[in-house]
Design a protein around this ligand. Structure first.
Ligand SMILES: Nc1ncnc2c1ncn2[C@@H]1O[C@H](COP(=O)(O)OP(=O)(O)OP(=O)(O)O)[C@@H](O)[C@H]1O
Length: 237
């Protein structure tokens, strides 16, 4: 199988962490992280509120410096300033910052064009329809409901090229139908060879995406098999 970036199905991992320490200042928020994520795989980072899931994701995205250990994406040390990194790694966090004066559609077209997407307008219209925000295309993001803004934020990852997709609690603020839609979109991404790293509290998202897990703990981070993930999520608190 050839993946979106021309990667072979049997290719090695595209996200690797070894003894990775993440945190703020010089204080680690959780145990060291070891993971390897290959094209077409979904890994769900799970754990209680405040355990460090977002911090792990931000470090993988290069938005936060590692305190120690190794983190590599696409076989290079993480550096979000690198053109190849920005071109191939799509991340959605909690932050919704928008340009004043641009509509929903204009935001998405700007992003798609910035990434050199052919027929950006058509792609954006398809993605807006997929996320059910077409009727709000001409609105400013500030005029959207909280869940609609979340749909827009997720849409930003789908209007641009990507080999690695990093999503922080994609289920946040979404109604149940949209949560299922997003889970199915993530599964489809994996099926076409994208490596997906996500944080979630939602057993349904974990199950529908076919994710295996990484349980983030204070002293250690532990691998969780796919079949055990729903039980671990139910027990997390
Ligand atoms: N900017 C920051 N500066 C200092 N500490 C922070 C900062 N952001 C988060 N923390 C702390 O780091 C720890 C891990 O936070 P993080 O947001 O990674 O948790 P999480 O597992 O994603 O939680 P949740 O399930 O609530 O989203 C928490 O104790 C939090 O208070």
């Amino acid at each position: 199988m050839t993946g979106p970036g021309g990667t072979d199905g049997a290719a090695g991992p595209v996200v690797v962490a070894r003894g990775l320490r993440v945190g703020y200042g010089d204080v680690a928020v959780c145990g060291p992280v070891d993971l390897a994520l290959a094209p077409g795989e979904v890994l769900a980072v799970v754990g209680p509120n405040g355990s460090g899931k977002s911090t792990v994701l931000k470090t993988v995205l290069g938005r936060l410096d590692a305190l120690g250990g190794i983190v590599e994406v696409l076989e290079r040390p993480v550096d979000e300033r690198e053109r190849a990194f920005r071109a191939r790694v799509a991340g959605v966090g909690d932050d919704d910052a928008y340009f004043p004066g641009l509509s929903v559609r204009e935001h998405l077209v700007l992003l798609a064009r910035g990434h050199g997407v052919d027929q950006a307008g058509t792609v954006v219209d398809e993605v807006m329809a997929m996320f059910g925000i077409t009727s709000r295309a001409d609105a400013a993001p500030t005029e959207l409901s909280s869940g609609q803004r979340r749909r827009l934020l997720l849409a930003t990852a789908f209007v641009r090229p990507r080999d690695v997709l990093v999503l922080d609690e994609p289920e946040q603020r979404l109604d149940p139908g949209t949560r299922r839609l997003v889970a199915d979109l993530i599964a489809a991404e994996a099926a076409r060879g994208v490596a997906v790293l996500l944080a979630t509290h939602d057993p349904e998202v974990a199950a529908r995406t076919g994710a295996r897990g990484l349980l983030v703990g204070e002293d250690a981070c532990t691998d969780v098999a796919r079949d055990d993930l729903a039980g671990v999520l139910a027990a997390v608190r």
